[in-house]
Design a protein around this ligand. Structure first.
Ligand SMILES: Nc1nc2c(c(=O)[nH]1)N[C@H]1C(S)=C(S)[C@@H](COP(=O)(O)OP(=O)(O)OC[C@H]3O[C@@H](n4cnc5c(=O)[nH]c(N)nc54)[C@H](O)[C@@H]3O)O[C@H]1N2
Ligand SMILES: Nc1nc2c(c(=O)[nH]1)N[C@H]1C(S)=C(S)[C@@H](COP(=O)(O)OP(=O)(O)OC[C@H]3O[C@@H](n4cnc5c(=O)[nH]c(N)nc54)[C@H](O)[C@@H]3O)O[C@H]1N2
Ligand code: SF4
Ligand SMILES: [Mo]
Length: 720
């Protein structure tokens, strides 16, 4: 039998064709009829079978006891969790409760929909998520420039003739905030039609390997490159004075800001020659279509917020925004951009210890550990993690582990006993993967083409299993405060309605009232989009290419794009005043650390699949041969890497592909903690890059973790 669905493991949402016998998966391949992925898949898709069958995957709730983990019924677990949560809240208030929302929640529409009621039922808990170790700067740029944090423009790679790509390696990651399955083909097509892809990265990545040009850049210095590109655009009058000029404000302010950031100033800071920078600006502006795209390498760094702003600004002032071949907004079947602006959603409260501003209701996760550890009123005492492994995924994971042990209550909704959940008092494992229906609420909205697809569950979950949304709902009902008042009644009614509708009912409503929906216009009453219609289209439906959406989509008060919002201007001036930072003195033997991804890894959690993890050890530290020679380090030699917060030992890999002075390590490894239950991952443990990264290193503007460019030293292992 054949089952069609979309893969929910990463942002590419590839269509799958799964051969099965009703109980077991026999074969997984790409679905050539999927309108978005057209047959593309990557090796991780096949691991859906491994996760489904994994004997290490938890199938029933467990509770930590003096005798170890013991199975417990859902009812008993949820009752006890709720009683303990209430007791903590009664004594210390709801700010002593916290939630961490991990990456896979965004690939799970049930979890997305039922998270909010749960958070509301807790009161005013402190909310953290993977956003602030990832794309928070994109949301800042979207919110302050376009008026809504979800108005993130997508590079129209299928129609552009010039891509300037910074800090992204889609050949490994399969594209991020750019759902573009089969990206290798899409990028190669650019060259075929006479265009160019240029990659700016401290490592010559797999993507750089198929690009027309690659330039090394010193980690964390992209702000100088981007502002110098703008400097040239203004200086040489290469900007576009067409439609976008009328749609944007503050161009003069932007021009003034970058007036002194000449390519000559940027060159020594970035390591890219002034002439190259000038050439890049000219070529970018001269191309009939061009797009600048920057992803996590330019987000998870000290100037993440400024970088994402400057990238948008470059696209706007050169006329490459909201037009085919440029950076475009999408038109998904279920919208993610509300009517209201999110402009005021920053700094309405601050974190207790470091006074970091909230954004869209969340605090930066780099501060979670200290919020648990630092004594005083408002200290976090109870933590719920959902689909996350912050011990491996957030900076200074070792300190976070110390913190987790100080909690009065920790509850994890997760399918594994991993490096984080091993500290929990309860682990609640939902049905997952092939047992769950899927609709990609988030990534259809970040895709290079408008498509829509619903995936029914392939297998029935165990009779006593609950879905993520049901687990959240069970907890929601039990932890809700017994308060009166309009807000309380509203929240209660909404939660009851959600429960009655279930995620697929809510999705059906969303599709019907959406822009292609049956309820949107009388012309579509009989043939508009509904869930029933999607269920009859197992490969999904094509909704057409991206189209210009301005000014209608803007949520700024004046309906204009602000190319130089005050918050960025202020920060940029501070950075200008600081001047060049982080230069190495002649005796400085430290390296700048960067991360990397591999096609057969997925963040911290897919190392328990033998087919993905086998082969040569991937958890190595890359170093340029000149540096290695200087330190007398041989290939494969175990080295000790030391930072201000910790040290790890792992094998060295000499590589011409990494910039001199920089070393690169993957993230998501470190399965060497005792007490996890991941038999295969433990054998391929590796070490965690976040045992080295400092939680105090953040982008001061956004609070996003600044992973890139942190200083480490490297020495032979075993020598103090
Ligand atoms: N140094 C450094 N650190 C990084 C990064 C980096 O590049 N460098 N990248 C960052 C980025 S971009 C991200 S997004 C974060 C990700 O970090 P996290 O938010 O911690 O996410 P994952 O590592 O993907 O952890 C996923 C967890 O979800 C569980 N899980 C999987 N499927 C389900 C499900 O259906 N339901 C439930 N309840 N649980 C499930 C898995 O068992 C696993 O424990 O890491 C960040 N950390
Ligand atoms: N196979 C696989 N796919 C994944 C994931 C995975 O773990 N494995 N994770 C998923 C997730 S959660 C995300 S967010 C996406 C991320 O998707 P991408 O953003 O494409 O992530 P990376 O592959 O880490 O690419 C980041 C690049 O930035 C470079 N870099 C580091 N520091 C700097 C800097 O200061 N400046 C510049 N210009 N470049 C820098 C790094 O060398 C690296 O090549 O991938 C998703 N897809
Ligand atoms: S690229 Fe992503 S969505 Fe596509 S098969 Fe691989 S993991 Fe799944
Ligand atoms: Mo991510």
């Amino acid at each position: 039998m054949i089952h069609f669905r979309a893969c929910n493991l990463c942002e590419a949402i590839c269509g799958l064709e799964i051969e099965h016998d009703g109980e077991r998966v026999l074969k997984i391949k790409g679905d050539p009829l999927d309108p978005l992925s057209q047959g593309h898949i990557c090796p991780k898709a096949v691991a859906l079978k491994d996760i489904h069958e994994d004997p290490d995957r938890l199938r029933r709730p467990v509770k930590r006891t003096a005798r170890g983990w013991e199975e417990i019924s859902w009812q008993a677990a949820c009752d006890e969790i709720a009683a303990r949560t209430r007791a903590i809240r009664d004594e210390f208030g709801s700010r002593s409760l916290a939630v961490y929302l991990g990456n896979p929640t965004v690939h799970n529409y049930g979890a997305i929909l039922f998270q909010r009621p749960f958070v509301q039922a807790l009161g005013r808990p402190q909310v953290f998520s993977a956003t602030s170790v990832d794309q928070l700067p994109h949301h800042y740029a979207a919110s302050f420039m376009l008026g809504h944090s979800m108005l993130i423009p997508i590079p129209d790679v299928d129609r552009t003739n010039f891509v300037l790509m910074l800090g992204a390696n889609p050949l490994a990651s399969n594209g991020s905030i750019m759902t573009a399955p089969g990206i290798r083909k899409r990028l190669k097509a650019i060259k075929k039609r006479g265009g160019r892809v240029i990659v700016i990265d401290p490592r010559r990545t797999e993507t750089a390997g198929i690009a027309e040009e690659h330039h090394f850049i010193r980690p964390g210095t992209d702000v100088w490159l981007l502002s110098a590109l703008l400097n040239v655009v203004f200086e040489e009058n290469l900007g576009d004075s067409g439609r976008l000029a009328g749609l944007s404000v503050n161009r003069d302010a932007l021009e003034k800001l970058v007036v002194d950031v000449t390519p000559e100033l940027a060159a020594p800071r970035t390591g890219i020659k002034a002439e190259t920078i000038r050439g890049l600006a000219r070529d970018f502006a001269a191309s009939d279509t061009a797009v600048c795209y920057g992803r996590i390498g330019v987000s998870t760094q000290r100037h993440g917020g400024l970088c994402q702003w400057l990238i948008n600004a470059l696209n706007v002032v050169t006329g490459n925004f909201d037009r085919p071949g440029g950076a475009m907004l999408t038109h998904p079947a279920v919208g993610v951009v509300g009517r209201e602006s999110t402009l005021g959603h920053r700094g309405r409260w601050k974190s207790r210890v470091r006074q970091l501003p909230e954004f869209d209701g969340q605090l930066p996760v780099a501060t979670m550990g200290e919020e648990i550890l630092a004594p005083g009123e408002g200290r976090i005492r109870a933590l719920f993690t959902n689909a996350g492994n912050p011990v491996l995924s957030t900076p200074n994971g070792r300190r976070l582990e110390v913190a987790l042990q100080r909690l009065d209550l920790m509850v994890s909704i997760d399918i594994y006993v991993n490096e984080t959940t091993r500290h929990a008092d309860f682990i609640l494992p939902p049905a997952c993967g092939l047992e769950v229906d899927h609709y990609d609420l988030v990534f259809h909205a970040f895709a290079v083409r408008n498509t829509t697809k619903f995936s029914p569950a392939l297998f029935a979950p165990a009779p006593d299993a609950l879905y993520d949304w049901q687990v959240l709902d069970e907890l929601t009902r039990r932890v809700r405060r017994k308060k009166r008042g309009l807000a309380e009644i509203r929240a209660r009614t909404a939660a009851a309605l959600f429960r009655w509708l279930t995620p697929s009912g809510i999705l059906d409503l969303g599709l019907k009232i959406g822009p292609y929906g049956a309820w949107g216009s009388p012309a579509r009453w009989f043939n508009g989009l509904t869930l029933a219609r999607l269920k009859r289209s197992p490969h999904g439906e094509d909704l057409g290419p991206l189209e210009p959406k301005l000014p209608g989509s803007l949520r700024t008060p004046d309906n204009k794009i602000d190319v130089a919002p005050e918050i960025f201007r202020t920060r940029f001036k501070e950075v200008l005043a600081e001047g060049a930072t982080g230069d190495r003195g002649p005796d400085d033997r430290s390296f700048e650390l960067i991360g990397r991804r591999h096609l057969r890894s997925n963040n911290s959690w897919m190392h328990n699949s033998l087919r993905l993890i086998k082969g040569p050890n991937r958890c190595t530290i890359l170093m340029h041969p000149n540096d290695a020679d200087r330190l007398h380090l041989a290939d494969a030699q175990p080295v000790r890497v030391t930072s201000g917060v910790g040290e790890v030992e792992l094998p060295l890999e000499r590589s011409e592909d990494v910039m001199p002075g920089v070393v690169s390590m993957p993230h998501g490894f470190g399965h060497n903690r005792p007490g996890t239950r991941m038999t295969i991952a433990e054998k391929h443990a590796g070490v965690s890059i976040n045992d080295l990264t400092d939680d105090q290193a953040i982008d001061p503007l956004t609070g996003n973790a600044a992973f890139s460019g942190q200083r480490v030293t490297v020495a032979p292992a075993g020598i103090a």
